[in-house]
Design a protein around this ligand. Sequence first.
Ligand SMILES: [Zn+2]
Length: 383
Amino acid sequence: MSASFSFTLEKTDGGARLGRITTAHGEIQTPVFMPVGTAATVKGMHPESVAATGAKIVLGNTYHLMLRPGADRIERLGGLHRFMNWPGPILTDSGGFQVMSLAKLRKLTEDGVTFQSHIDGSRHTLTPESSTEIQRKLDATITMAFDECTPFPVDRKGAAESMRLSMRWAVRSREAFVARPGYGQFGIVQGSVFPDLRAESIEALTKLDFEGYAVGGLAVGEGQELMFKTLDTTTPLMPVHKPRYLMGVGKPSDIVGAVLRGIDMFDCVMPTRSGRTAQAFTRRGTVNLRNARHMDDPRPLDEHCTCPACRNYSRAYLHHLVRAEEMLGPMLLTWHNIQYYQDLTAGLRDAIANGTTQQFVADFEAGQALGDLEEVPVYGLGK
Ligand SMILES: [Zn+2]
């Protein structure tokens, strides 16, 4: 029936990896960017539109979905794929990160975390066992182990204690996982920015033989330089023939730099959240559509982009939608940003396949450094 969950490393170019993940819900080419569908929807996008950008896998959030509409209800309604009309692969986080960032009156113990819902104040508990069970009810293609995302900054002792708690939770998460063909579970490497703690974490996780491994606890305020430095000492220790997922990352330049350091999978709210605040990612850097200079600009947002926002509308129109607070504005800009992230990762995949990754990165950096077009519009005010 369903294929078994597997990862094939097809090619490498320097540290960059081209791969393929086979799942019960379809194949995923890597490097891959996964749009975030927090509450069973990629905000402002039809699932058909998400698929049209080339996205193959989306994220769901355990914390949000357990509180509303509830994991049991989603299970009764046929699972998350059917519920949100996304037949492709879905990865769910473990809920740990959102509990720490959103919930009220949190209490962390060896057993797990008790907290109050940010929605209605109701009390809940998440443990490695319950998080894994909720993700099974949601029918997640990829289940994440329950962990504590170590905050930053943190001292060595705090980072070690937090990581070791996550490793004990990883053992319990693995025991609670119900293996099914085409479904996988990923362990999460912690240890903050301390190379020896990261190494200890990888050693503990690989004993549990997860289907993939994530790097957690980065992009939490340490900055790009320290994040890359941490990856430089972390990814070489990770299993070669398993997918590697850098959680919550990031800006386009973060993704390019992490791919060069051997990361295969990414997720981030940045393209969707920025789309709702008029910020667009383009081949020439970020563009703020709220800016008055777009008012008379008939050009597309990004002339090389194939998304509807760029193909069918002018900057002037997008600017108007933003200023008038029309719903279509965030919808088009979200579509564009998701398209941009998919084009970026597709470009990286082509470059790795052709052995031209260095050239791709040079072109990417040159385009970003060029900045957004400032030329006089074809018609309009001029200057
Ligand atoms: Zn576009």
